[in-house]
Ligand binder design. Structure first.
Ligand code: ADP
Ligand code: ZN
Length: 678
């Protein structure tokens, strides 16, 4: 049961159980009152009699008066002689104050009739007096009980909504509009610093700047610069985004408010927005400070994508409030918002605008070296046996995220403990990896050794063909570390050209098909891994034939419609016969490019194998390595610089699995645009 201090004395800790108790007491008391009131009617000590006794009493003239209560119960009061007869001992106390007998009656008319017949011929017969009486207890309960039940229900719901245990008291009705951010203060908690974050060098460097902004704002504002307000960390789950944000707070030694995007989303309208407001208010009070919003996509999803469902209103108003707050707080107020997501593509564009999350830092799954460093960080606390080799373990865990590796280390320690060992041995780690791979298979991308080999040759095929073709883009970097849904990726440095020749396009097609050609050549069979390659190549070939007039048979014609008004989905601008020729030419073009790729790779199978093995070994290969294997590209006139890291100019080409259709589509579209249009 969640407790909150806004009820009472916050520093009285033994207050807690008592309050817990009293909460249920309300129910107990009310139930008792209710049940008691039910028995209230028949609950008095008065004896109940039957009609026969009443008639006897009447005939003997022992009755003083009869009250007919609510037309249901006759209350009979005895007179002096009656009392003497039936209650000789308690004469004074009960006389006329409470009825001596009661009688339940069926119908009022029958009862009156009975009275008359019983007293026939009497000079002063007794007539019943009608009395209306309220049973206040029962009535009050019948009013209050439903209200209590409704409130109880409400309490229950609120309680359930405040499920995030320690999150600053969300479990209280009166705090529903308050932010549920967890505060890591200077004083509190364990400090996370950059030492605890392994790998992620580029990301660290960028957030280091943020630390510097917070520590020495004067240095930047003096020159008129503006300190950024928001930093967006993008990357798959478990790669250390939260850790990175925490380490920024730890390094800068400022308070750190951590909240998840989904905490803003409640079933009540306006709650999200008011929580955002409250969060920023708190952060500003403690400025300089850092707000960390995990899973920002829960609120930051693009607005108005689905106009049919009105259910987004709440999320939209929350997002609007967030945008307003980010715009609102002065540039130098010392609050920096760090947000994390693994889906930057679905975020509302407004979030990315200048002055909001204008910095994006990509946090990728770690490569071999990164994994080694993460193992090192998490093994610091472990008691290891001598046979444990970090290098070996890093090699065994391709596709693992930092969180997975942390999990492996912990699991290994548990396994070793169960086996009553003094230190953790290699075998414990291997068993832990097996166990985690088993659990990961469904949710994550874990690559088996044979798959890794296929991917390595596939990527090596791209790299080799593009290196050996004069007009293809030279390779910058190729990796078989899975990124998002892609299994591997290669970066190329596109030439700055405005016009693309037929040869250039053709060579690029060959390089794109190089992946599949390598699979065919080495393994004798092909796989689904080339979906996006094929899609790209098909689009390119079709564009060459249909749009750019680069095919002899179709000639200098373009069926491109720059006005965008023609609906080609319904009516094609060419005849059926032309359509057939187009189909034929497109497939001929692709087929000949494929054959060319097979030929190039066949002639250079040694280099291809070397490169693939290097990839399997190191997971990342750069242009320099290709130069070592294949020699310099002879047709390169001016020296091309090979940037070591991915930079903005290079485009990336990804090999996606079949399920990621939409993603690969947008990629290849934007790519063909940048390459082919003037
Ligand atoms: P994310 O926020 O990206 O989902 P987290 O930051 O919550 O991931 O990471 C979860 C855990 O995984 C961390 O607490 C840490 O133990 C471990 N971890 C992830 N990445 C790293 C890393 N680069 N170095 C050290 N530990 C890491
Ligand atoms: Zn490919």
């Amino acid at each position: 049961m969640e407790n909150n201090n806004s009820f009472g004395n916050p520093n009285n800790s033994n207050n807690k159980p008592k309050k817990k108790f009293s909460f249920y007491w309300i129910y107990v008391v009310l139930t008792a009152v209710f049940l008691g009131s039910l028995f209230f009617n028949g609950g008095s000590k008065t004896e109940e009699i039957d009609k026969g006794k009443l008639i006897t009493l009447l005939k003997d003239k022992d009755i003083e008066k009869i009250d007919l209560v609510n037309g249901e119960i006759a209350e009979i009061y005895l007179n002096e002689s009656g009392l003497q007869k039936y209650f000789p001992n308690e004469r004074s106390s009960s006389f006329n104050s409470t009825p001596n007998y009661t009688l339940r009656i069926g119908s009022v008319e029958r009862f009156e009739q009975d009275l008359e017949t019983a007293q026939e011929g009497f000079t002063d017969p007794i007539y019943p007096q009608n009395v209306k009486r309220h049973n206040w207890g029962a009535e009050i309960v019948s009013w209050i009980l439903p209200i209590v039940i409704i409130f109880g229900f409400w309490f229950l719901i609120i309680r359930m909504m405040g499920r995030n245990g320690g999150a600053g008291g969300g479990g209280n009705v009166f705090n529903i509009g308050k932010s549920q951010a967890k505060l890591y203060d200077n004083a509190s908690d364990v400090k996370v610093t950059f030492k605890d974050v392994a790998g992620l060098e580029e990301a660290k460097e960028e957030v280091m700047e943020v630390v510097d902004f917070l520590k020495n704002p004067g240095r930047y504002t003096k020159l008129g610069g503006k300190i950024p307000k928001g930093v967006l960390l993008v990357g798959p789950p478990g790669t250390g985004k939260t850790l990175l944000a925490k380490s920024v707070a730890g390094e800068a030694n400022v308070p750190f408010f951590s909240i998840s995007g989904s905490d803003f989303v409640e079933m009540f309208v306006g709650v999200g927005a008011s929580r955002v407001r409250d969060l920023f208010k708190q952060a500003k009070e403690k400025s300089p400070s850092i707000i960390f919003i995990d899973e920002i996509d829960a609120i930051g999803r693009a607005r108005g994508k689905n106009p049919m469902s009105g259910g987004n209103d709440e999320r939209e108003s929350t997002l609007n409030q967030l945008l307003t707050e980010m715009d609102g707080f002065g540039t130098n107020s010392g609050v920096i918002v760090i947000a994390a997501t693994n889906r930057a593509d679905i975020l509302d564009k407004a979030l990315m605008r200048a002055g909001r999350f204008d910095r994006q830092i990509y946090v990728e799954l770690p490569d071999l070296i990164g994994r080694k460093e993460i193992f090192e960080v998490h093994m610091r606390k472990l008691k290891l046996s001598d046979d444990v080799s970090i290098e070996f373990l890093a090699k065994q865990t391709p596709g693992f995220s930092g969180a997975d590796i942390a999990n492996v280390c912990n699991e290994a320690a548990l396994i070793a403990a169960r086996r009553n060992k003094e230190s953790i041995e290699k075998q414990d780690f291997l068993d832990a990896i097996d166990r985690i791979v088993g659990g990961l298979e469904k949710k994550n991308k874990v690559i088996t050794d044979s798959e890794k080999k296929v991917i390595a040759f596939h990527e090596a095929g791209h790299a080799t063909t593009s290196w050996l073709l004069e007009f293809a883009h030279p390779l910058v970097k190729v990796t078989i570390v899975p990124r998002g849904k892609a299994l591997g990726a290669a970066w190329y440095l596109p030439n700055e050209r405005q016009i693309t020749t037929k040869e250039q396009m053709y060579h690029e097609m060959i390089a794109t098909l190089g992946g599949r050609a390598a699979e065919q050549l080495i393994f004798g069979h092909i796989s689904t891994g080339a979906l996006s390659d094929l899609e790209k190549v098909t689009k390119q070939a079709t564009a060459m034939v249909v749009y750019y007039g680069l095919d002899e048979k179709i000639g200098n014609r373009s069926y491109y419609d720059s006005t965008g008004q023609q609906d080609y989905a319904l009516t094609k601008p060419f005849s059926e016969k032309t359509a057939e020729i187009i189909d034929e030419r497109v497939s001929q073009l692709i087929e000949s490019a494929y054959q060319e790729a097979l030929k190039i790779l066949g002639d250079n199978i040694d280099g291809l194998t070397q490169l693939a093995n290097k990839l399997i070994d190191k997971e990342v290969v750069f242009g320099d390595d290709l130069e070592m294997i294949f020699g310099k590209r002879p047709w390169v006139k001016e020296e091309i610089e090979f940037p070591k890291e991915e930079d903005n100019e290079s485009t990336s080409q990804q090999d996606n699995e079949s399920e990621s259709k939409s993603e690969s589509e947008s990629k290849s579209e934007s790519e063909s645009k940048s390459e082919s249009e003037s």
